[in-house]
Design a protein around this ligand. Sequence first.
Ligand code: HEM
Ligand code: HEM
Length: 187
Amino acid sequence: MNANFASATFESPSYDSKTRFLHWISALLILTLWFAGEFLDWVPRGTPRISVRSSHIVAGVVLGVLLVIRVLWRRAGGVQLPLVGNELVAKASGVTHSVLYALMTAMVISGVALVWIRGDNLFNLFTVPAFDPGNKALRHDAKEIHGWIANILLALAVMHAAVAVWHQRVLKDGLLRRMWPAKPPLP
Ligand code: HEM
Ligand code: HEM
């Protein structure tokens, strides 16, 4: 989100607490959502599965709200730090961050679309009517697309996390400190 380049050092400032909170709560939600979605078929049918699926939907909507707050905050008041590395590396991390934002947005949109297309039963309390109940192919494709985006997001997030850990453990440049949720760790 920032076009300047630099090296991280132990004197580097950190992201502000709101940015760090939004980063880690979103990461936690995404991981939980991925597991809940991927292993939903293992949950017994009936009320248990309806409860897990409904919780997945509610948590997904919460992620969407947090995403809007995060983007607004990053643009309005959040600390902007220069990207680390030479021009190429810094560009690559800038692009990665943008793609992560795009994938998070795509997850929320495809999830809401999935509920709308398939229809759903939320906690046995509310019913969302299916957009086109007879269209099995559309329902199947909507779920496949949502699942594929989830897997791509998770794969990119794992790579992104691995790079952050590599900076911390191998390059020992203190990059992870900038985003650390609490007291920044030493390398
Ligand atoms: C980062 C956010 C999210 C992640 C990582 C995620 C992940 C997943 C995964 C992996 C599946 C299984 C797909 C498959 O088996 O092919 C799934 C299914 C589903 N997701 Fe999400 N999801 C997210 C957000 C949302 C949102 C925002 C909604 C709705 C508002 C939603 C609604 C659903 C529904 C209805 C299913 C189908 C469950 C079933 O099999 O009956 N998801 N999700
Ligand atoms: C689903 C999981 C994750 C997503 C979607 C994600 C997304 C992002 C995004 C969009 C940024 C740019 C800053 C911002 O606007 O907030 C960022 C920065 C950062 N993330 Fe993550 N992240 C995830 C997980 C992780 C994990 C697990 C780690 C560490 C092990 C990590 C370490 C960092 C660090 C150190 C930065 C700052 C990079 C810099 O200052 O150049 N992230 N992350």
